[in-house]
Design a protein around this ligand. Structure first.
Ligand code: M6R
Length: 609
């Protein structure tokens, strides 16, 4: 969603700020803006549209050559996509600007109060309230004014503040929305995402909720909003530049699809002890015992991560034999959920910042559950809120349409399930056998990726069709949902995913001549049932594209197109069956001329409810 970059140091800040914003473009936004102090005077520019347009504007206006500045990409929440609503938001009394990620919940009451005090608002945003409030409380000390303002604010924020009256100072603060301070050699880069920092320094610290950091050329000083001193821990960022660059690929999504074998190897590395027949999960630490005693496991997430969570549920019941359920985090958090003793709640998230998933986790902890996380971004809010967890280790995911994080999530959940199964009922021998199947997955994915050109050709035959169905059963019902979501997100084709058996209960009415129906029909317990469903679609004129197991010649007689995947045991099959679906979505979007990495209306991580 929104992105923040700030710089204070000895170099001209414009290119650092703009490059930083470009690194954050993948998160999704609709307008951008930048403010800089040049000889102690504020210069500000904002524009609707891409960062490149803001860059043009800076060039036209000229004079943006200061060494301290802040900038922002905005994804509209309060107020439309206009220049006036774009950040930074300015207060003229003290020449103060604020960029903000998050939502101020009590902004309406604060706005009324500030208007009564004579402040004139020029935007419809909640952010402008913060700049006015800081200004109202300013008595010659920006850090103190920010602390005082944040004591009045409810909601979520990451902010970066700059003021003409203290031209050598940036003040940043966080509650709920991520913010990092990169510490370089005599310079500081502040950003909401490590991707904007890594080109300048690999040393950084993440602000904790309610932290306020004052940064000047002579160093930084961290407190909480009550001015109690806090000592942040500087550590090494866990990404490198190559991981966030396109390289030879035309889109990040394609790069990440092709990175999946490597991503899975990293996800499993050092965790599968096939000699001893056990899974080694350092992130579970001392919580292994409590986890093993679980009477119920609740998986919670949103979007693609929820589809992975659903597969986790199948896995835990089938392999670890623990009663399990899944829930949209957004529903769980407001549902007054019953959390009995020995309940484990597992939050699944790539970014670790999804607002609903984070809130569901807080709710679960509040009600006494053991809170586990299956998260990609190290040190993210969800990772920090959980009692224990498993990192995906698939590297930064830049493509808005999640691909490698999905297989990483399914793989990490399988490791977690196996960890539990081994402690509850599985023999070392069976565990070793299972893990050997897991270790074979990356190579099997490589053979599917080798068919990319053929998958492209198949997809292009159907791209004129506006409605698609994705059908699967058991472990591959969530995969069908994921296939439909991928296609919708980037090609804007309407697609529905569902359990294959559900089709007869209504959606079958949609089937007309040529409707593409993608069946996940790999060999497994319900193969025969899926075959019957295929025939039901065929006999009504639908065009069946099947994802089937290598060597299955029989299925060719009933389908228009078959994409083969290597044989695999059923609980692990989603990590293979999803690959052709990701490629189909990608090629459909490209064929339709869409910007795959910047799909309309979407943000990479949804940090608002
Ligand atoms: O960062 P998270 O995994 O928590 O994100 C959850 C969803 O917002 C995310 O998976 C979304 O559905 C993606 N756009 C899917 O491609």
């Amino acid at each position: 969603m929104c992105g923040i970059v700030g710089y204070l140091g000895h170099r001209k800040s414009k290119s650092i700020l703009i490059e930083g914003l470009k690194r954050l473009e993948y998160r999704g936004y609709d307008s951008a803006g930048l403010a800089m102090l040049v000889n102690g005077k504020l210069k500000l520019a904002r524009s609707v549209g891409r960062v490149a347009m803001l860059e043009e504007r800076l060039e036209q206006e000229g004079g943006f050559d200061g060494t301290i500045g802040v900038c922002h990409t905005r994804w509209a929440t309060h107020g439309g996509v206009t220049e006036l609503n774009a950040h930074p938001h300015k207060d003229d009394r003290h020449g103060l600007v604020v960029v903000h990620n998050g939502i101020i919940e009590n902004y309406a009451a604060l706005k009324t109060y500030l208007q009564e005090k004579g402040h004139v608002f020029t935007s419809e945003t909640d952010t402008e309230v913060i700049s006015m409030l800081i200004s109202e409380l300013y008595e010659g000390d920006l850090e103190k004014a920010v602390q005082a303002a944040l004591r009045e604010v409810t909601g979520a924020y990451a902010i970066c503040v700059m003021c003409e009256k203290e031209p050598d100072t940036l003040v940043v603060a966080r509650k709920g929305s991520p913010l990092l301070v990169g510490v370089g050699n005599g310079e500081y880069v502040v950003a909401s995402d490590a991707a904007a920092i890594i080109a300048h320094t690999s040393q950084a610290f993440m602000l904790d909720d309610y932290n306020v950091v004052k940064i000047t050329p002579s160093g930084f000083h961290t407190t909480d909003i009550h001015n109690t001193v806090v000592t942040p821990k500087i550590s090494q960022l866990e990404i490198d530049l190559e991981q966030i660059e396109l390289g030879e690929y035309s889109h990040f999504m394609l790069k990440e699809i092709f990175e999946q074998p490597k991503a899975l190897r990293a996800c499993m590395s050092g965790r599968l002890d096939t000699r001893e027949g056990r899974v080694v999960l350092g992130g579970i630490g001392s919580f292994g015992k409590e986890m093993t005693k679980a009477k119920r496991v609740v998986f919670t997430a949103q979007g693609t991560a929820l589809h992975a969570a659903m597969i986790g549920r199948y896995f835990f019941e089938d392999v670890a034999k623990v009663p399990s359920t899944w829930e949209y985090a957004s529903e769980f958090r407001y549902r007054n959920p019953i959390v009995e003793e020995n309940t484990v709640v597992v939050a699944v998230s790539q970014s670790g910042e999804t607002a609903d998933t984070l809130a569901a986790l807080h709710e679960a902890k509040e009600r006494g559950a053991l809170a586990l996380g299956v998260v990609n971004v190290v040190g993210s809010s969800i990772a920090r809120t959980t009692d224990a967890g498993v990192y995906l280790r698939v590297g930064p995911e830049i493509g808005v349409a999640s691909t490698k994080a999905f297989v990483g999530q399914v793989c990490a959940l399988a490791q977690l399930g196996l960890f539990m199964a081994r402690r509850r009922l599985m023999s070392a021998y069976d565990c070793t056998k299972f893990m050997q199947h897991m270790e074979a997955l990356p190579e099997k994915i490589e053979t599917i990726l080798g068919q990319a050109d053929r998958i492209k050709k198949i997809t292009e035959r159907y791209i004129e069709r506006e409605n698609w169905l994705f059908l699967g059963r058991g472990y591959n019902y969530p995969t069908a949902l994921e296939g439909a979501l991928k296609l919708k997100e980037i090609s804007y084709i309407h697609a529905e995913g569902m359990p294959a058996a559900e089709m007869k209960h209504g959606p079958i009415a949609l089937i007309n001549e040529g409707l593409p129906a993608v069946f996940i029909a790999n060999r497994g317990k319900q193969y025969e049932k899926v075959m019957s469903n295929i025939q039901e679609v065929r006999s009504r004129g639908g065009h069946v594209i099947a994802v089937a197991t290598e060597g299955d010649q029989h299925i060719k007689n009933y389908c228009h197109d078959v994409i083969y995947i290597p044989d695999v045991i059923e609980p692990l099959s989603p990590m293979l069956t999803v690959i052709p679906l990701q490629l189909m979505a990608y090629y459909a979007a490209v064929a339709r001329g869409h910007d795959v990495d910047k799909p309309r209306n979407l943000a990479k991580s949804v940090t608002v409810e």
